[in-house]
Design a protein around this ligand. Structure first.
Ligand code: URA
Length: 438
């Protein structure tokens, strides 16, 4: 078989055969196919799409390109979750402790951020001493001991996806439903949990900008999960403005601690309660009151936060005295306030721009090899629908360079639209897809 023929086949709008998919994924994994041919096929898939069987087979082939875990050894009710990527999305740090404090084992292999979206591992790396690269045996025994572990995806988990993702990131082939679905689901299937919850983001900060596309992505991933024998739930959730108020690695850990203490912003608290309720239901948990009420109660009675502390200690982090927050590697040196030049309502916040501004401050990676500055980021003092008067600060940039990056300020300033008109906000949860478990 020649890669050329596989590319031509897809370029002509035809479905790839299982043999073609195996051949391609094998060649990506063993580096025998050059990047330019990989890119050509990715672009052809982006333009001509894939049918369900092709997506499923492609997902399975990527899941089998490396190690496949089986978490049923821990328990049948282990849960895993994945977000399709957003700005200010620190939900894993909140919902893991919530469900674990209610007796449901939470085992999550997470990724690093790329582009304007953040990654859980970068957030955890901001905590001094915290180990994010657990060996697989260590990961499993921590879930068995304390009911929660979050570690980075090892290089041997779906290595074909790792390579394809890096190429997609620089060839404008990220926002393709078959490619996103196969990428996310290959990692989830290889990670080995029987119960998977997906948070599919929709809006200005997400890869899917409009609801119809986000629903299609959610349904595609639900189908793949079912074809692979997994219990699935997907929530399509709003990403038209950053989630919560803090963007940037240590700032997001701080906000996660606040939510777990019942002191966090309403939007992210509401979303985390809904996501936790979805995970609890998927796992077979028997609610005392309701899934959502039990999740809320675990915040109110302090159990979720205590579980968070256990998790931080178990992976090598620490807290100073009675501080609510773990000890961080470093803190930012300077603050820069952005102030309103007119009065009115915050009408819209372009979350992708806020993510890019944080990236310009050094919070993320512009290339795979960059090292993020864990202490920098953005605090949003006002969110969409809230009022400002001239001179009010509505954003603070945290930074470390002697001169603030001009580009970060320009992008942050232009990300917020102020109007005399009050905006009508979308609900946080746009749609829920659940497996029929009857
Ligand atoms: N997250 C992933 O893991 N893969 C994608 O393609 C997009 C978001």
């Amino acid at each position: 078989m020649r890669v050329y023929d596989v590319i031509e086949h897809k370029k002509n709008g035809r479905s790839l055969t299982n043999e073609m998919i195996d051949f391609f994924v094998r060649g990506v994994t063993d580096n025998s196919i050059p990047d330019y041919q990989i890119s050509a096929l990715l672009m052809a898939i982006c333009i001509n799409g894939m049918d369900r069987n092709e997506i499923f087979y492609f997902t399975e082939a990527m899941a089998s390109s490396g190690r496949r875990n089986d978490l049923s050894a821990i328990s049948h009710n282990v849960v895993d979750k994945h977000s399709s990527g957003g700005v200010g999305d620190k939900c894993t740090l909140i919902i893991g402790p919530i469900v674990s404090s209610l007796g449901i084992p939470f085992a999550k292999l997470s990724g690093k951020g790329l582009g304007h979206t953040g990654g859980t591992i970068d957030k955890l790396d901001s905590v001094k001493g915290l180990r994010t690269s657990l060996k697989y045996d260590e990961f499993v025994s921590q879930v068995q001991d304390i009911g929660i572990a979050i570690s980075s995806q090892t290089g041997d988990l779906a290595p074909a996806d790792k390579k394809l993702y890096a190429i997609r990131d620089v060839t404008a082939t990220i926002d393709s439903i078959p490619l996103i679905a196969a990428s996310i689901m290959s990692k989830k299937i290889a990670s080995g949990a029987a119960n998977i919850l997906l948070d599919v983001k929709c809006g200005s900060g997400a890869f899917m900008k409009v609801p119809d596309k986000a629903f299609e992505l959610a349904e595609t991933m639900m189908d793949i999960g079912h074809m692979a024998g997994r219990n699935m739930t997907a929530l399509v959730t709003d990403m038209d403005q950053p989630l919560g108020r803090n963007i940037g690695n240590s700032l997001e850990v701080i906000e996660a601690c606040e939510v777990l203490n019942g002191k966090g912003p309403d939007d992210i608290t509401e979303l985390c309660v809904a996501l936790s309720a979805g995970l609890l239901k998927l796992s077979g948990y028997r609610p005392k009151v309701s899934y959502a009420d039990d999740a809320r109660e675990s915040i109110n009675n302090g159990r979720a936060y205590n579980k968070f502390r256990d998790f931080i200690y178990a992976q090598g982090g620490a807290f100073e005295g009675s501080s609510l927050y773990p000890i961080f590697r470093n803190s930012s040196k300077y603050l820069f306030d952005i102030k309103a030049e007119e009065s009115g309502y915050i009408f819209a916040i372009d979350s992708q721009s806020v993510g890019i501004s944080a990236l310009e401050l050094g919070a993320g990676r512009k290339t795979q090899d960059d090292d993020p500055d864990h202490s920098v980021g953005i605090v949003m003092h006002r969110k969409a629908g809230e009022r400002v008067t001239v001179g009010d600060r509505f954003m603070t940039l945290h930074y470390n360079l002697a001169d603030i990056p001009e580009e970060a300020v320009r992008i942050a300033r232009s990300s917020v639209k102020i109007s005399v008109e009050k905006p009508v906000l979308k609900p946080m949860i746009l749609k829920v897809f659940e497996s029929d478990m009857t």
